[in-house]
Design a binder for this molecule. Structure first.
Ligand SMILES: Cc1cc2nc3c(=O)[nH]c(=O)nc-3n(C[C@H](O)[C@H](O)[C@H](O)COP(=O)(O)O)c2cc1C
Length: 175
């Protein structure tokens, strides 16, 4: 199973990238590709730029990575209750390429933040929207208080949260 995973953030120390990477590594026999949104930085989407310059090659490259994957894991950074600009820009450019943005792929959507809601607002937004953009959301999970509940080596430390994560991961693997 080819898994594409990324944090929907452009922070070089992204906690969401850590969580997405951790989730992908829990899946046996997976061929994992982790991408970094810093490698897909493009001009801010504008209809005028699209008319004059077309869709950037990086948007096509990201779309190709989506197409290659059997399943996709995203963990969302929450910025003011919504997507990070870095993620939204990649998604907006990609949505201008013909066909369904998410190519019918199955998703495990997650979020985390240092706060008590763990990015639940952006996760709700993505979970309710992805289905309208050609994604199949199989599972979702939000990890609150990242720095209290996650350890770089041991992963999710809180047992109740770990158990909720495991059951969502099983749903994702089962399809
Ligand atoms: C502009 C900005 C807005 C933020 N807004 C929220 C927010 O609405 N909810 C939240 O839980 N955290 C918010 N945060 C804190 C982020 O959750 C925190 O920076 C986290 O590390 C982001 O994830 P990342 O490390 O994967 O980028 C915000 C941070 C920034 C820089």
């Amino acid at each position: 199973m080819k898994i594409l995973a990324f944090g929907a953030s452009n922070s070089t120390t992204s906690i969401n990238k850590q969580l997405a990477t951790y989730a992908a590594r829990q899946i046996d026999d997976a061929e994992i590709t982790i991408v970094d949104l810093n490698d897909f930085e493009m001009p801010i989407y504008s209809i005028d730029r699209e008319k004059t310059d077309g869709i950037p090659q990086l948007a096509h490259d990201f779309k190709a990575a989506v197409k290659r994957a059997d399943r996709i894991i995203i963990s969302f950074a929450e910025h003011n209750g919504g997507y990070s600009v870095a993620f939204k820009n990649v998604m907006d450019w990609m949505s201008r390429i013909e066909g369904d943005t998410w190519e019918g792929k199955p998703f495990f959507l997650m979020s985390t933040s240092p706060g008590a809601r763990g990015g639940a607002t952006v996760l709700d937004q993505a979970s309710s929207r992805f289905g309208f953009m050609g994604g199949r959301v199989l599972a979702s999970f939000s990890l609150p208080k990242f720095y209290e509940n996650f350890d770089a080596e041991k992963g999710i430390m809180n047992l109740d949260m770990k158990s909720a994560f495991d059951s969502q991961l099983l749903k994702f693997i089962a399809g």
